[in-house]
Write a protein that binds this ligand. Structure first.
Ligand code: SIN
Length: 521
């Protein structure tokens, strides 16, 4: 008998867990399959700043989201987010999981602020909010009688027939079998492995995006890749060699770490290699300008003056950010001299196109969290809205997904004629992929470079496909997924010649009215 479940969720970040919770509350049996072997395998665990809520000003929150997106966010999607924000956080995080957000006294939460927010509205736990939500969420679902959490389990392909998705082929310990589901929810997170420097955990290979694209689902806004401006990169040119499949980065072994935007929200200042504060010359909101503006300014100043540091002198850093102090001390960074920072890939604003319930263009396939494009972020995401989007859309998708029974059909045949891969095959190809993405599809994009990347990636896909046709290995599928996703990002970037938000086209930008870097240096 083939394995069946009512709802199959692929991925274990906040969006996937919220989908599982909502489907289970509706009486469904839910299987959550995740590649992660530890909580740190989900991006949600790494979220620092916090989770924004609407408080008493949903209109103001909406305006901030739309302004940060360069007026490209979908207002209807933003309405869904802001109108559901307070209730979703209260219901799931406060009442169900008992997350203890920082408070000033027993009555009042200590709301904080990050770039491009017009009021203090971010709930947080120190600067490690993600893990304080993620761990209780995993524990809660682990104890839920309708939910099975299966780790170290990758989805390789969707099972699809005539526009309907019937589940996925899951791989665990080298063995693979289809699992049939009434509905399948993709919650596979981001695309950090496509770039040499990223805040995502290792293993962020765009799996859901690639599987959905290969099954024929619509995608949108793939060119909008957000780079976080302040990441301590440990002086490394790129993040360490990819680990074996299934392993993930952790705070102990990952050199780079995010320095939350909340540090700038509390008064941290960016200084260049000459010790000068530069952000007021780039934007009237200075350090709290939209993230894409700050990221490009940091990159420019690093190029011109060698280094950029985040000066934490104006705030009581040790008191406000004990977790970041610990990370600095672990890496031997003397934060009293300022923390050296650089931009790094952080979040994909686009992805699998979904409606306000997470429904994709394929029947019974849902997508939530970073792999989905809801329209909330447009070309640039406002800080601390990703956990919220994952929570709100996760709940809505999980609720909507309930109701259909699994219908086992014939699954695609995965071949295993010659299971041995050349040593280091995936690692070498990943190196080529991340190099071309870094050089051509990063913070600033030149049309000629984008076309060069397209040619390199097409060749790479041809080589990878030749292997996928004859072998089934998780590392090979991750490589295939990363290559397909990189091609999608590049194609969408080529098709959009307008500089907007995170998509900065060098030619177009020089003709537009983008603020010039300062002239007084
Ligand atoms: C941060 O803490 O700076 C990250 C917040 C986010 O990306 O939403």
């Amino acid at each position: 008998m083939p394995e069946t479940t009512d709802v199959l969720v692929v991925g274990s970040g906040i969006a996937g867990l919220a989908s599982a919770l909502a489907a289970a509350r509706a009486g469904q049996d839910v299987l959550v399959a995740t590649k992660a072997t530890r909580p740190e395998g989900a991006s949600s665990w790494w979220a620092q700043g916090g989770i924004a809520v609407a408080r008493d000003h949903p209109e103001q929150f909406k305006e901030d989201i739309i302004a940060a997106s360069d007026d490209t966010a979908d207002p209807d999607a933003v309405d869904v987010l802001v109108e559901n924000a307070n209730d979703a956080v209260r219901d799931v995080l406060v009442e169900t999981l008992a997350v203890e957000f920082d408070s000033e006294d027993d009555e009042e939460y200590d709301f904080t602020r990050e770039a491009a927010h017009s009021e203090d509205r971010i709930l947080h736990v120190d600067a490690s909010t993600g893990r304080h939500i993620h761990v209780p969420f995993l524990n809660y679902l682990d104890d839920h009688e309708n939910i099975e959490l299966r780790d170290d389990t990758a989805a390789l392909e969707l099972v699809r027939h005539e526009g309907r998705v019937h589940g996925a082929i899951l791989e665990s310990d080298g063995a693979y079998e289809p699992v049939y589901a009434g509905a399948t929810v993709l919650a596979t997170g981001g695309i950090g492995d496509l770039f040499p420097r990223s805040t995502n955990p290792t293993g962020s290979t765009g799996d859901g995006i690639a599987m959905a694209a290969l099954a024929g689902a619509d995608l949108a806004d793939m060119e909008y890749v957000q780079f976080h401006p302040t990441v301590y990169t440990g002086g490394q040119a790129e993040r360490g060699p990819r680990k074996a499949s299934g392993e993930t980065a952790s705070s102990e072994d990952a050199d780079p770490f995010l320095v939350s935007e909340a540090v700038r929200g509390e008064g941290g200042l960016l200084r260049n290699g000459d010790g000068e504060r530069f952000m007021p010359d780039y934007h009237e909101d200075a350090e709290l300008a939209p993230r894409d503006v700050v990221a490009r300014a940091v990159a420019t100043e690093r190029r011109e003056t060698g280094v950029v540091t985040l000066d934490v002198g104006p705030l009581d850093f040790a008191e406000a950010f004990p977790d970041l102090v610990e990370l600095c001390e672990d890496r031997g960074v003397d934060w009293t001299d300022g923390i050296p920072v650089a931009p790094a890939e952080h979040f994909l604003c686009g992805g699998i196109d979904v409606d306000d319930r997470g429904r994709t263009s394929l029947d019974r396939l849902y997508a939530v969290g970073e792999c989905a494009r809801t329209g909330v972020h447009g070309a640039n995401r406002l800080a601390s809205t990703s956990l919220l989007e994952g929570l709100v859309w996760g709940l809505r998708a999980g609720e909507d997904a309930a109701g259909d029974e699994a219908d086992p059909i014939e699954a695609p045949d995965l071949l295993e004629r010659d299971p041995d891969l050349p040593d280091d095959f995936a690692r070498q190809k990943f190196h080529r992929l991340t190099r071309v993405m870094d050089e051509c599809v990063g913070l600033e994009r030149d049309p000629d470079d984008l076309n060069r990347a397209l040619a390199v990636l097409r060749r790479l896909k041809g080589e990878v496909d030749a292997y996928v046709r004859t072998r089934t290995a998780r590392s090979l599928y991750e490589l295939r997924n990363a290559t397909v996703t990189a091609l999608l990002v590049t194609r969408h970037a080529i098709e959009n010649d307008e500089s907007v938000g995170t998509h900065y086209v060098v030619d177009a930008a020089s003709e537009s009215e983008t603020p010039e870097p300062r002239a007084d240096d």
